[in-house]
Design a protein around this ligand. Structure first.
Ligand code: ACO
Length: 355
């Protein structure tokens, strides 16, 4: 039997940041409100397109795995914020990394990376592919109405990627669960798509809108349910889980989830303070951070779970392999950014806050 193990990982976080204090210069909010309610201190704002963030993360993941783009059999790119809808941006990444293989985008919102990880691992288990690149990349700053404090403070930009490779050893993605509850479709949305009237100026005012308290409850329930399901399916003892890498939407969601699952709080990887919610990019960025910080050790067991618009939910159990350090490092970098976070969002802030 073939298993799919993670052999490479890389992240790309744009350099410009927007702190809670920066936000309080143009909307009525404060660090005192945002930090205790969400855990967020700052978020990164991208000066480049989503595909550029994704390409740099991809090059770093390939180097960490010690392989070339031309070795890949498939590229799966999870995003709800592609720079182009036609063509998909997996093809843009493919061109940038010199790959010759299948490449496509998926949109499962914040659960997108785990959807991609599940699909990619199944391709390997079926023998169809040997090496799959799974990317989560987002430029959510594009979708924000900066006058709406309930959403403006929560999201950020970034990308992360992993390389999955075939192995005979029983390691890697041990199991995964995916679900969608369409009853939640209207609770979290951004009205962008071909339903827009192209000739109405007001149609340009699309933005993320949601019922935060409703999502808060459903996210805990959704991630909890699928986590329990995947733990049972893989017949793993909960005490044998070394790390939980949950989606990062609100630190209080993570705290409640972990406590309801009766898993020690110290086992949760939490990095929301630095990034906010980067949707499909949150989990691969958190995997990279956990490795950089020396948290993930060889052969440890990781539970990852996510919840997002749709309402999608996903959970995966991963047994890490022997290697927790990259084989090579990549010199891929974003072009320099000469603007601050506030400068990057200033046009959108003027548009939305001075209406
Ligand atoms: N700064 C200051 N005050 C604010 C802000 C802000 N940024 N946002 C809301 N408030 C005010 C409200 O206006 C309200 O004021 P009022 O009492 O005078 O009416 C008060 O704070 C309380 O608002 P609530 O909405 O009740 O605040 P809550 O504690 O529920 O926190 C939050 C809101 C942070 C959005 C929370 O509900 C949440 O994190 N929800 C889930 C996360 C989420 O929706 N993510 C979207 C992506 S989906 C996903 O990734 C899972």
């Amino acid at each position: 039997m073939q298993y799919a193990t993670i052999t490479g990982w890389g992240k790309c976080v744009p350099p410009a940041t927007l702190t809670n204090d920066d936000l309080s210069t143009f909307i009525e909010t404060s660090d005192e409100w945002i930090k205790p309610r969400t855990g967020i201190s700052q978020r990164h704002i991208s000066h480049v397109n989503t595909s550029e963030l994704a390409s740099v993360a991809a090059q770093r993941a390939l180097a960490a795995a010690g392989i070339e783009g031309s070795d890949l059999d498939m590229i799966i790119l999870a995003t709800a914020t592609p720079d182009t809808l036609i063509p998909n941006i997996a093809s843009t990444v493919q061109a940038n990394i010199g790959a010759s293989c299948a490449a496509f985008d998926i949109n499962a919102a914040c659960s997108g990376f785990l959807y991609g990880l599940g699909l990619g691992s199944s391709q390997i288990q079926s023998g169809q592919c040997k090496k799959v690149l799974v990317i989560g990349a987002e430029r959510l700053s594009f979708f924000l109405d900066w006058s709406r404090r309930e959403t403006a403070v929560l999201f950020g930009d970034g990308a992360g990627a992993v390389v999955l490779e075939a192995t005979d050893e029983a390691i890697g993605v041990l199991g995964y669960e995916l679900n969608n509850d369409p009853a939640g479709r209207d609770i979290l949305k951004a009205g962008f798509g071909t339903a827009m009237d192209r000739f109405e100026a007001s149609s340009l005012d699309f933005y993320i809108e949601f019922n935060g308290q409703e999502i808060f409850k459903r996210a805990i329930a959704g991630m909890g349910k699928l986590s329990t399901k995947v733990i049972e399916k893989c017949a793993i003892d909960k005490d044998d889980i070394d790390w939980v890498i949950p989606h990062q939407a609100n630190e209080r969601i993570i705290d409640t989830l972990i406590s309801r699952m009766k898993i020690p709080k110290e086992k949760a990887v939490v990095n929301i303070a630095n990034y906010g919610n980067t949707s499909a990019a949150t989990i691969p960025i958190a995997i990279c951070d956990a490795l950089e910080q020396g948290k993930i050790q060889p052969n440890q067991t990781i539970l990852s779970c996510a919840f997002g618009a749709g309402f999608t939910s996903a959970a995966a159990l991963i047994k890490w392999g022997d290697r927790v350090t990259p084989i090579n490092t990549s010199d891929a970098e974003l072009p320099p950014c000469d603007k601050t976070g506030i400068e990057l969002v200033s046009r959108a802030v003027n548009h939305f806050c001075n209406k």
